[in-house]
Ligand binder design. Sequence first.
Ligand code: GDP
Length: 476
Amino acid sequence: DRITVAELAERAGLEASEIIKKLFLLGTVVTINQEIDFDTAALVLSDFGIEAERETRVDVTEFEAYEDEDAPEDLVPRPPVVTVMGHVDHGKTTLLDAIRQTRVAAQEAGGITQHIGAYQVEIGDRKITFLDTPGHEAFTAMRARGAKVTDVVVLVVAADDGVMPQTVEAIDHAKAAGVPIIVAINKIDKPDARPERVKQELTEYGLIPEEWGGDTVFVPVSALKRQGIDELLEMILLVAELRELKANPNRRARGVVLEARLDRGRGPVATLLVQNGTLRQGDALVAGTMFGRVRTMTDDRGRPLKEAPPSTPVEVTGLEGVPEAGDAFMVFEEEEARAIAKARAERRRERELARTRIDLENVFDRLQAGELKEINVILKADVHGSVEALRSALERIQVDGVRVNVVHAGVGAITESDVNLALASHAVIIGFNVRPDANARQLAEREKVDIRLYRVIYEAIEEIERALKGMLEPVY
Ligand code: GDP
């Protein structure tokens, strides 16, 4: 329950400058667009002889507004949802294929493999859902849109190659999302495989095997020769069990759009991941800002389904438009669904116009308002030495108890995936002797992510320090 000075002024029929002056006399310096909390607002208004009333506002365009919490006794275990990440060519795709094929062969064959963006395998009476788009780009693009999909990350590291830049990126992205990592040491069939070296290298990033006193699970595999696959699946189930993943199948479905496209014959086709409840054929729903009614629903082998319980990926038709990957969906009564879809479309337009962004210029205001306790930074530089020099200098900065938190640091140009990570973790991007590539620049412009480029280390440090002190000159 916070309100901007401007909005408070308007509602109270006062001039914003009067409120700012009053707050100043009370010892608080604010700007017109800054938010203040209820108690402060009430105090100011009482000085004008106005009594403040706390307003509980429900945003009817948010699905949360329609969601009652599940009673603990209604919750049952659900399968974990897994994303495979790792450096290019370390075997992510081969591993996903190996898992799918060994398990499909183990179950009796039925239907033909369809690539719908995710698939499910059975291990005894348990299941695991795998997202079929490997890599941290898709993972973080989802997160940037507010979708929390992944329960466990499988980090693939080739035993003949070791830790590489994208391995480190994947670790940072998983950590930023708070998702546990299982390491699959791949290509152990190769003569030059050195699995122990991989373990050694990963300790530097806080991934320490159990036998060395840590709590990270390592599984040696050969995706190509289909070795170690069953062990890996067992370990995924084990790690997932510790998380006590649960859902309530007896409620209307809610989840996330994994993929969506326009099919010439079938119209909009979307892959939905059911996260709670059970999705049924015929259900009316809202996906993103689109209304729809589930006309057909099939699994990852093209078999028609009548019902999809939690953690099931399904391909559906019947939407009136194509939603975006990462959009949430939820089932409603038809009339309600139509109205909510419309309201959400309007709301999204408004949001796009007034997106609050983190940039170095508003950092100070937000620190003052108590919205930020530290400032998140993504660091890219031309050479490893500069990355480390900048990182340690930034991490040493401390202004009035506020610190700089380096979410990710790496060598190379600023990419789309960096911008998505910045969006997901509300970070500012700092480039040292590097520039954003064309896609990154476009995305940053659209999403209003602050990218700062420097050629001198101390200038970068100084600018961050000034931002934390609220002394940054705006750039126009
Ligand atoms: P991705 O870029 O991480 O998806 O990697 P791919 O799955 O495309 O694999 C890259 C290359 O490594 C391909 O030529 C694979 O055949 C090979 N590869 C993957 N897993 C293994 C493995 O376990 N052993 C060996 N020898 N080669 C593998």
